[in-house]
Ligand binder design. Structure first.
Ligand code: FDA
Length: 391
């Protein structure tokens, strides 16, 4: 049996941040992970350049059953605090768009920074350890295939089940249930949406076509690109709205955002009476999309032959295209997991379980999910840091 002050399960973004923070406070920290390398998701994030935070990070940009929960951690360790560490390590970065910060060269720089800080604090990181049991007596006892470890504080940082082929598991939920912590049903988020056959007939041949659009669900809307896929819809606006979408609901696409499409088409009838509708639509939309919509969903013919009523209906199709997704592409393709360990069971200041002193949960395992664009890493850093201050 080996003893530590803190055992952290999971050597991902949140676990490493918690480890280096606790180690700076003089804690003897052990990090255990079943993977053979740490921080796998950091390395693949942002196409290998890691969108590590967002300048516009704010609690309203996170989903949770308790929308207030994330405020404390996000305000105690902000995007600017993380940026200070990135700058101190001389990691070159840039803002791509919408406040999203990426490494100039490689995500490896972020992982190396975290590992260097852990190394400076003598954090003991042990990989390829299969955890078979976690029990609580006077201290927490973690049984693995390579030894038994003990500590008075245990931090669960094993993430969510998105992208299982990368070693992601629902381990945190099993552990939570075991210690009596409720779990908000996990669901795939930031995930492509699938559509039923009638929409697919239109969308499948458009696979690869992208368009500027607003995607809305209820009162939430995002304007960015949408991308047609062989299974339905993807692209940043769709990934964003997928986190808000629930099965059975419709999403509304505006594929001519900022333009009153009906007024535009009626105006073009005067200006280009002999032009085909699909030609006029191509002034607003990518050509293939204009063609497909005109051929499959809209009246055919020269503009002069189309009534204003028909053009208004066509404009409606562009500004208010209702799609009822059949589902999502699931955890296999989800960038994150929404839902997770219920925040009601945790202190928002420390991430410690209210009823189980010494047990902490951080990162994606918790029912806090950020928008696309660096928000989820910021949650990992913030929740990891506050727990690291408390363990
Ligand atoms: P994370 O998943 O990082 O770490 C969990 C760790 O626990 C892993 O090392 C895993 O091996 C380990 N583990 C799991 N089960 C275990 C078990 N049973 N026993 C032992 N260890 C176990 N976010 C963002 O802000 N910007 C971005 O650019 C991206 N890009 C991105 C791309 C892709 C393809 C994905 C899948 C995700 C993103 N994300 C993102 C999301 C981001 O990666 C995610 O929110 C964080 O990695 C969550 O950090 P955690 O530390 O909570 O979990």
């Amino acid at each position: 049996m080996q003893s530590f002050d803190v055992i952290i399960l999971g050597a991902g973004a949140a676990g490493l941040m918690c480890a280096l923070t606790a180690a700076k406070r003089g804690r003897r920290v052990l990090v255990l992970d079943h993977a053979d390398k740490p921080g796998a998701k950091i390395l693949i994030a942002g196409g290998g350049r890691c969108n590590f935070t967002n300048l516009e990070c704010a609690p309203e940009r996170f989903l949770s059953e308790n929308p207030h929960f994330a405020k404390s951690a996000l305000s105690r360790y902000t995007q600017f605090d993380f940026l200070e560490m990135v700058t101190r390590h001389r990691i070159p970065y840039h803002e791509k768009k919408l406040g999203q910060l990426f490494c100039d060269d490689t995500a490896l720089r972020i992982l190396r920074m975290l590992l260097d800080e852990c190394h400076d604090g003598a954090v003991d990181i042990r990989l390829s350890h299969r955890i078979s049991d976690v029990a609580r007596g006077d201290a927490f006892r973690v049984v693995t295939d390579k030894g038994v470890f003990e500590a008075p504080a245990l931090v669960v940082a094993t993430g969510g089940p998105s992208i299982p082929k990368m070693g992601a598991t629902g381990f945190a939920y099993d552990l939570a249930r075991r210690f009596g912590l409720p779990v908000v049903t996990p669901r795939p988020a930031l995930v492509p949406l699938t559509v039923a056959e009638d929409d697919l007939t239109l969308m499948r041949p458009l696979s690869g076509v992208s368009a500027d659009a607003t995607a809305a669900c209820g009162r939430t809307a995002f304007r960015e690109n949408i991308l047609f896929t062989h299974r339905g819809l993807s692209g940043p606006a769709i990934l964003q709205i997928s986190s808000y979408w629930r099965p059975g609901e419709a999403i509304t696409l505006d594929i001519a955002p900022g333009t009153d499409a009906a007024a535009h088409l009626i105006g073009r009838k005067q200006a280009r009476p002999k032009a085909e509708l699909k030609t006029v639509l191509a002034e607003l939309l990518p050509t293939r999309l204009a063609q497909a919509l005109a051929e499959q969903r809209l009246p055919q013919g020269a503009m002069a032959t189309l009534t204003d009523k028909a053009l208004r209906a066509a404009g409606d199709q562009l500004n208010r295209w209702q799609v009822v997704p059949s589902g999502t592409e699931g955890f296999a393709k989800a960038e994150v997991t929404a839902g997770g360990i219920d925040t009601r069971a945790l202190s928002s200041r420390t991430m410690e379980a209210r009823e189980v002193p010494g047990l902490f949960v951080i990162g994606e395992a918790v029912d806090v999910t950020g928008w696309l664009g660096g928000y989820n890493f910021q949650w990992a850093w913030s929740s990891g840091w506050v727990a690291g201050q408390a363990v």
